[in-house]
Design a protein around this ligand. Structure first.
Ligand code: NAI
Ligand code: MG
Length: 356
């Protein structure tokens, strides 16, 4: 019997609404698969917790999370708490303290009607973005000098260490090699004359160890154009923290929007728990209305199962997602349907149970 300990951090806004549906999927897997059990522990951290305690998570929160196999997070952020506080003190803290240096975001068109691009098929939009997740432009290094004075200066420094750059690029090469796909590096060495020149050099150096992997290298501005005009160019993509953040939103836009975008924050060495979450935020505009799309959060469960080595479940969730996306009436309003969050979640469970 395999037993996985899952920490639930539903967070704010629609976070709890979508995490509830994802948790139902885990419970369904537990029912259908006699070899798997889950143990859930829920943590109340987020903006409400902050308004009560002045903290986004408990002081020993990281310690409390250490023993889990995975963290399943909804979204954090809410009006009334500055976004840089909610992001840095919970989400980014977990990513950093647990050295979740790989952010894996599938850009896969699960149904051809979901893309605003003309004449693009599922085969043409099917790639994986591997984003550096621990340093780079989001290292948090900088200063704010002479605040409010005429000579005010702010510095936001990108930090690219050899260790950090090599390990993300190596991870991407491994992924491309093992799945027999091409690897594209996205950088900006013409303008960022230290960090991105270094990135490109490391990409070439590490590449010498993977002579069988076909590589491409694009500037981020050209790559943005290709994401829209020729997404078929990409199979596996590796890029820095900031570029990956922005590009994957384009990726979301061409595959069905925020309600379908998922991302895994992985510590490949498994020294610490990895974290699975939908890419979207807490969506205060629709929170509490019961219309949030839970499919991104459910896709995160597919990534979690893959990470646990239960790929048969990862695949089965993905094919159930494909199937449910053909049932327009059972989808939430963002996908043109009329179903509520829990109706869509229930229908998903039905389809999952009847698939095999
Ligand atoms: P958002 O992703 O929350 O919402 C953007 C738009 O997409 C909204 O119109 C929203 O209604 C829609 N949307 C998002 N998820 C949806 C879903 N599952 N179903 C249907 N529609 C959905 O981004 P926004 O508005 O920029 O940020 C709101 C808050 O969330 C902020 O406090 C922000 O800091 C936080 N945030 C948190 C993230 C996280 O926890 N990983 C990521 C992004 C934002
Ligand atoms: Mg999220």
């Amino acid at each position: 019997m395999k037993r996985f300990k899952i920490a639930l951090i539903p967070g704010d806004g629609i976070g709890p609404e979508v995490v509830a549906e994802g948790t139902k999927v885990l419970k369904a897997i537990e029912q259908l698969d006699p070899t798997i059990t889950f143990e859930f522990t829920e943590f109340p951290w987020g903006c409400e917790y902050y308004l009560e305690t002045g903290k986004m998570m408990a002081d020993d929160g990281i310690e409390q999370l250490k023993s889990f196999d995975a963290i399943y997070l909804g979204a954090v952020g809410y009006p009334g708490v500055p976004d840089h506080i909610s992001l840095w003190d919970l989400l980014l803290r977990i990513r950093k303290e647990f050295d979740q240096y790989v952010n894996i975001r599938p850009i896969t068109l699960l149904n051809p009607t979901l893309t605003p691009l003309k004449n693009k098929t599922r085969e043409e939009i099917d790639f994986l973005v591997i984003r550096e997740n621990s340093e780079g432009e989001y290292a948090g290094a900088g200063d704010w000098l002479y605040k409010g004075k005429p000579e005010e200066v702010v510095l936001q420094t990108g930090v690219f260490s050899r260790k950090g750059t090599e390990r993300i690029i190596r991870y991407a090469y491994e992924e491309a090699q093992k799945s027999n796909r091409t690897l594209t590096s996205i950088s900006k060495a013409n303008a960022l004359n230290y960090s991105m020149v270094f990135w490109d050099e490391v990409f070439e150096e590490v590449g010498l160890e993977y002579p069988d992997v076909q590589t491409y290298s694009y500037l981020v501005d050209a790559a943005s154009l290709y994401f829209v005009a020729e997404p078929e160019r990409f199979e596996v993509v590796v890029t820095s923290n900031l570029f990956g953040d922005i590009l994957t939103d384009i990726g979301a836009a061409i595959t069905g929007g925020m309600g379908l975008a998922t991302g895994a924050n992985v510590n490949p060495e498994r020294k610490y728990p990895s974290m699975f979450e939908p890419v979207h935020g807490s969506a205060p505009d629709i929170a509490g209305k019961g219309i949030a799309n839970p499919l991104a959060a459910i896709w995160s469960i597919s990534q979690m199962m893959d990470f646990f080595g239960e790929e048969q479940w990862g695949k089965r969730i993905l094919s159930t997602l494909e199937l449910i996306l053909t049932e327009k009436d059972n989808l939430t309003p963002d996908l043109g349907g009329t179903a509520s969050t829990s109706e869509l979640g229930e229908r998903f469970i039905e389809l999952l149970k009847s698939s095999d």
